[in-house]
Design a protein around this ligand. Structure first.
Ligand code: TRP
Length: 379
């Protein structure tokens, strides 16, 4: 089932996009408790899905200014923590990042997803139904297609595809989301969404999921903890107080006065997951905080993550090991290694804490605003 192609087993060199990220992935697989066969199959999948970009030397500039990650590495890792087991490792990637231009990026991405899906016996019909909406002849930014793989034991991942609601222009994004939901049978879903500032992503689960989700992501600028707590539209679940506590821990609960514009921060994001059409309501709610915009360095981000995991009775050890697996730098030496913290609610399951981990293949962002004494010890 892991279908290793003869001749493709040699990974690209360590100083290439594919070589660096595949080596990070192999070490992360160990943290997540995957066996050697699965880990090698997944590392190979990553380089195959990146296509020609996998071989690109890291001393050349990024092939495409992807906003998948801050330094334009077309790969990001995440660890999802639930009580009573090892965390699940996921990898997000942009298969079309080397294709040249957004239209080709999308076409290449579609081809890569369909090819991988065929190999795994995963159906893509729901994606096929939406092709004209998200892949117009002259697409607009900021992305065309991203793919995330949940690396479960057995060598066949669960697949998620992320599409751009603004493909036909930002002014058409809401209409595109409404039409896509409608086509997939979620006729009341659009009306159930909370207010937001922008539609960021439209995502689909493909393949062997117990309950495949259709997900809509919204951006929220200048949100307060109380406003964050009120965003869930799930029937039951996502208690506001729990979301507020998460928001406070992840942002550090900074008070910002009316005259203090503060640093420019990425918006908080909410995700609304639909799995059934009977109620018209989402069955999942996730809040994402760009923790890297709320800390001076990753030492602080790690402390926030540790506090959050502790709050949910989860062991932070795998996260510490995961950071060591992707980089040899100390957390205090940069900011952005931990990109986001998220709290996910899905009906009938315990809440899940997710930590997003940057590859930093191209660049480490220096720590911000350290006083000289701290900068000296942060080296
Ligand atoms: N890098 C982008 C951002 O910061 C997109 C992105 C990557 C993202 N991973 C994410 C967004 C996890 C939310 C959560 O917005």
């Amino acid at each position: 089932m892991t279908a290793r192609r003869p001749g493709s087993a040699t990974p690209p060199g360590p100083d290439t996009v594919g070589g660096r990220t595949a080596r990070q992935l192999l070490r992360l697989c160990e943290v997540a408790g995957l066996d050697t066969a699965d880990s090698e199959a997944y590392a190979l999948t990553l380089t195959e899905m990146l296509g020609g970009v996998a071989e690109r030397p890291l001393d050349l500039p990024p092939a495409w200014p992807t906003f998948l990650s801050d330094d334009h590495t077309p790969v990001e890792f995440s660890l999802a923590f639930v009580p009573g087991g090892a965390p699940t490792l996921r990898v997000l990637l942009e298969p079309g990042c080397g294709a040249g231009g957004l239209a080709r990026n999308g076409r290449t991405g579609l081809r890569a997803v369909r090819k991988a899906a065929r190999r795994w016996g995963v159906a893509t019909d729901r994606l096929d139904e939406l092709e004209d909406l998200f892949f117009p002849p002259s697409p607009k930014g900021p992305l065309a297609l991203w793919c995330a793989l949940e690396l479960r034991p057995g060598g066949v991942p669960r697949v998620k595809v992320y599409l751009n609601p603004a493909a036909s222009g930002q002014n058409r994004a809401a209409g595109t989301v409404a039409e896509a939901l409608h086509r997939l049978g979620h006729r009341e879903a659009f009306a159930a969404l909370p207010p937001g500032d922008r539609h960021l992503f439209f995502a689909l689960d493909l393949g062997d999921w117990q309950e495949p989700r259709v997900k809509v992501y919204l951006a929220h600028h200048d949100l307060s903890a109380a406003q964050a707590g009120a965003l869930s539209r799930m029937a039951g679940g996502a208690p506001p107080a729990q979301t507020e506590a998460f928001f406070r821990i992840a942002t550090g609960d900074e008070a910002r006065g009316p005259d203090d514009a503060g640093p420019v921060r990425r918006p908080v994001q909410s995700c609304h997951a639909f799995t059934e059409t009977a109620t018209g309501l989402p069955s999942g709610f996730t809040l994402y905080v760009p923790v890297r915009d709320h800390v001076r360095h990753d030492g602080e981000a790690l402390a926030r993550a540790t506090a959050l995991l502790g709050h949910h009775g989860l062991d932070p050890t795998p996260l510490v090991r995961a950071l060591d697996a992707v980089t040899s730098r100390r957390p205090e030496e940069g900011v952005g290694l931990i990109a986001y913290l998220a709290l996910a609610h899905q009906q009938g399951r315990p809440p899940r804490v997710t930590t997003y981990i940057s590859s930093e293949s191209y660049e480490v962002r220096p720590p911000v605003g350290l006083v000289p004494a701290e900068a000296a010890t942060a080296g």
